[in-house]
Every structure is written in structure tokens, then in C-alpha cells.
Design a protein around this ligand. Sequence first.
Ligand SMILES: C[S@+](CC[C@H](N)C(=O)[O-])C[C@H]1O[C@@H](n2cnc3c(N)ncnc32)[C@H](O)[C@@H]1O
Length: 344
Amino acid sequence: MAEPEGNSSVQFFEGVEKLLEIWFARTDGNTNQCDLRNIPRQKLENLLKIVRCEVISFMSNDNIDAYVLSESSMFVAQRRFILKTCGTTTPLQCLKPLLVLVQQYAGFDDVEDVFYSRKNFKRPDLQMSPHQAFEQEVALLDTFFENGSAYCMGAMNRDCWYLYTLNPLSGENNKKLHGGITEPDQTLEILMTELDPEVMSMFSREECATAAEATQKSGIEKLIPNMEVDDFLFDPCGYSMNGIMKNGCYMTIHITPEPEFSYVSFETNVPQTSYKDVISRVLETFQPGKFVLTVFANQTSSASQTPRELLKTSSFSEWMRRDIQFCRFKNYDLTYAFYSKFPS
Ligand SMILES: C[S@+](CC[C@H](N)C(=O)[O-])C[C@H]1O[C@@H](n2cnc3c(N)ncnc32)[C@H](O)[C@@H]1O
């Protein structure tokens, strides 16, 4: 029989996030007057109550509103809504009120694309409905979206990554409305586990007095230059940060440092013709034992060559790689792979 994990005096925290990204549109194509940032702050805060988290910090520029949450982050741009939440939050429970708010305040009447994804939870038994199983999440998503398809990438009984996205068969009569996002778009995610305890100790009040100190000391501030940073250090440990650029690009990092269940996520939509250097810097900074890498890039993105590059054996050759795959969803290419350190 398996032994219970870790030190039972430490309260378990599920670092793995549920990531919901929705792109909105109008059936008549006229989106000039539409903007998700017209949704009043109080309405968004009410929405987050349903998700079981709250805003702890906020920054914005002309292109993006970025919220640090008690459980991860939310980004609101003109037509793209991103909600990334960890712990036992329930982001899919806010779908119905969100779609109402979007119509009422932002003026959109159509969903152009949806991406709901997450790694497998360490303790699915602690989650609340509909997040106890991916099948439950999919059943709920299917009640809102036509042409949604659900996938499990990796090993179903071990490390895996779930994805739900709109993927209509080409030639279906709704293709015109849901043809896909045409502006360049890309997202890199690195989901890391079994992290170096010395690195993780920096994300505690014992070692760093402020979030800014942790950001600087750990090297997070050098991962992607020219980011305006909003960071938060939890007590006694735990760290979250959002970074935004004037052009609306973002990065976000969340850290659960407890050695018994350490987890770090890194995500950015900054376009790069090669993500190799960013990925190397992230791995160097956090020193994980294992990680899942996912890269989405649509056809107009400068990152569309990523799959070819990640296939090269010289890329991350110091890591054992399992299950590298390429998939096409509408006009997006997805590359994903699972990596583990070679045993020393
Ligand atoms: C919100 S942060 C980052 C979560 C993120 N999804 C990740 O990558 O793990 C979670 C870390 O902060 C700690 N923490 C301390 N106080 C917390 C609070 N009030 N709410 C959420 N997390 C808190 C947790 O124990 C955990 O280590």
C-alpha cells in the first residue's frame, strides 16, 4: 500500500492551476465599441467569489488589465479573458455569469475560441464540482460551447495535461463565424514539479522580506526583460507575479514552494521565433525535477516554427523526454512534451 505523502503537519495546497482562456467576437463582425474592460470591477469581484478567490493586486496599461488573485491570476484585454486559478477554486462555475456580463457590458455576442487546460491534480479528491474529474469539466463546458473537443495528453495514469478547445470539422456551416483567431497569438507554458528546495526557500518570508526581493534574488526579473511587474509573497510562503508589456503581452509565474508538493508554473504570450532561450532560463532559475512544456502558436505567429525546433535532439538534451507530440486545432499548432531529469 502507498505511504501517505510528506509531512502530515504541512497543510496540502494544490498548486496546479485550471486555465480558462476565452476569445470573444460579434456575429456582425463590428467589434469597434466592444471591450471586456468595460465590465465593472465590482462585477468581476462578484464573479471571483463564485470561483472562490479574490483580487489581491492590480495593474494595467492601455492594452491589458492584470490581476494577481489569492489563487493565481486574471488577465482582461479587449476581447481575450484569461482566468488561471489554483487550489480548490471553481473557475468553470463562473462561465454562465461571465457570458452574461460579457454580453451586457462588453458588447460581444459570440465566442470565437475557448481553451480550458490543466495538468493532472496531485489530490483530485480535494477538488470541488465540476473539477473532481476532467469528464465532469468537459460535460459542463459542452453545455456552453458547440464543437468543443476534449483531449488528454501524456499518460492518463501518470503525468498528463488536459485540454478542451473548439475544434469544428472543417467545412461545417458555422466555419465563417468560428474560423479562428487571425491576429498573431502564441502561449508558452512550463509546469514544473519536484523543484530544488534551496531555490524554493527563496519564496518564503523567512528568506525574503518582500516579493520584490524574491523576484530579484531568484532571477525572475531577468527571465523576460521590459516587463512591468506586480508580485506578491504569501505568508509564510508562496509567490505569485504578473508581468505586462506596453504592447499587451504578459507573463505570469506562480510558486507553491512547500517541498512535499512543490509546483511552479510559468506562462507567457510574448512572441519569440525561438523559445529555447526563455525555456532554458526558466529551468535554470527554478531547477525542477520534472516539467510539462506546452506551446500554442497560430499560423500568423512568429512562434510557428517552435515544433520543428523542439524536435531537434540538441534541444534540452540533458533531459529525458517523453511523449512529444504536435497537434493542430483549427488554425493553432500545439506542441507538448513531458521531461524528467536523468537520474544522477
Ligand atoms: C497562490 S500561491 C501560487 C499558486 C500557484 N498556482 C502555484 O504555482 O503553485 C500558492 C502558495 O501560496 C501559499 N499560500 C499562503 N497563503 C495563501 C493564501 N492565503 N491563499 C493561497 N495560497 C497561500 C500556499 O501554501 C502555496 O504555497
